[in-house]
Ligand binder design. Structure first.
Ligand code: HEM
Length: 309
């Protein structure tokens, strides 16, 4: 047998059976793209007067995006009736951890590798302490996401990986705290996180139902509006009602709450189209039972990191 340079579960381009997976290769290329784009723009001097800060922010943003995408795998499997998407969960989770590691490295570069200063800043500045704790948890989840660790830890693996539900709010808190006066982006991402959490809180038998999606979109939008208003109210003393009312004024552009609700409705439309087209295709080939395949995804457990289930 030819020895492979990587343990099988670190070969991110292979599926759990060890087969080459085109879907994973495409996803791997896509997750590397934002980092490559930032590197090229930095090289071309296209990032303004503070390129390190720009890249630091870009990497932080993408860490949150990949974290949310890793958590979106279970809903995608169920709502879009797409069991194959589970293959991407580990890749997305590990990508989030790598981007977070690069984000910290850039912070060290910004501090000219004065590691004493980095450590004292992390201890003294609350938003950095939260970022550091989040990064540690992400690191643990990424390191134990392999099949080997999954086997070694058995039932405790799932318990450990529930840490993602602790680290996600911490990551978003770090995002809010460093945003200072404008919390549009953290409020938007927090709204998306609320959609993901509300979906998980829904009874199992509803999770694959289309009828769940419009109210979920509305609730996540309302949650984003409430969190944004509460943040401005607490941080700046601005009237929560005025911030809430701004959501109804299109002169301000689409507020995070509206953007979150629209994303939720987009999920509904895509799921509706997939099911309608799938039903038509099954009918045209003359096979398939009504509802076939829709129950399978929901019978599988939802695991935040890792490819199993
Ligand atoms: C030791 C760990 C970390 C350190 C030292 C750190 C440091 C920083 C710093 C210095 C900023 C920019 C603040 C400013 O410009 O005033 C920032 C922004 C940010 N960080 Fe972190 N961070 C850490 C971990 C994390 C983690 C784990 C995440 C995500 C899971 C994260 C997500 C973000 C995001 C989203 C932003 C804002 C980006 C933007 O405004 O576009 N950080 N972080």
């Amino acid at each position: 047998m030819i020895p492979t340079p990587f343990p099988r579960s670190f070969a991110l381009w292979r599926d759990p059976a060890g087969r080459f997976s085109p879907l994973k290769v495409v996803t791997l290329a896509l997750v590397l793209l934002p980092a490559a784009q930032l590197a090229v723009r930095w090289g071309l001097g296209d990032l303004g007067p503070r390129p390190i800060t720009e890249v630091l922010h870009g990497l932080g943003d993408w860490t949150v995006r990949f974290l949310l995408l890793a958590l979106a795998v279970s809903p995608a499997r169920s709502v879009f009736d797409w069991p194959g998407v589970v293959k991407l969960r580990r890749l997305l989770g590990v990508s989030a951890a790598c981007y977070a590691g690069a984000h910290l490295s850039l912070y060290c570069v910004d501090q000219k590798w004065a590691l004493g200063t980095v450590a004292s800043e992390i201890v003294l500045r609350f938003y950095l302490t939260i970022g550091f704790v989040t990064l540690l948890m992400l690191g643990v989840l990424a390191a134990t996401s392999t099949d080997g660790w999954q086997k070694r830890l058995g039932r405790r693996w799932k318990l450990l990986h529930r840490l993602v539900f602790v680290l996600l709010p911490l990551a978003l808190w770090h995002y809010f705290l460093q945003s200072k006066s404008d919390v549009t982006n953290p409020a938007f991402f927090t709204g998306l996180a609320c959609w993901l959490m509300l979906w998980r809180l829904a009874p199992k038998r509803w999770q694959g139902r289309l009828a769940l999606l419009p109210p979920l979109a509305l609730l996540a939008g309302l949650a984003a509006a409430g969190i944004e208003a509460a943040w401005y109210g607490l941080a700046t003393g601005a009237s929560a009602w005025r911030v809430l009312a701004a959501n109804l004024d299109i002169g301000f552009g689409p507020r995070p709450a509206v953007a979150v609700a629209l994303c939720g409705l987009a999920v509904f439309v895509v799921a509706l189209l997939r099911r309608t087209l799938g039903r038509r295709r099954r009918r045209s080939v003359g096979g398939g039972q009504p509802g076939q395949g829709q129950g399978l995804a929901q019978t599988l457990p939802a695991q935040p990191f890792g490819e199993g289930g």
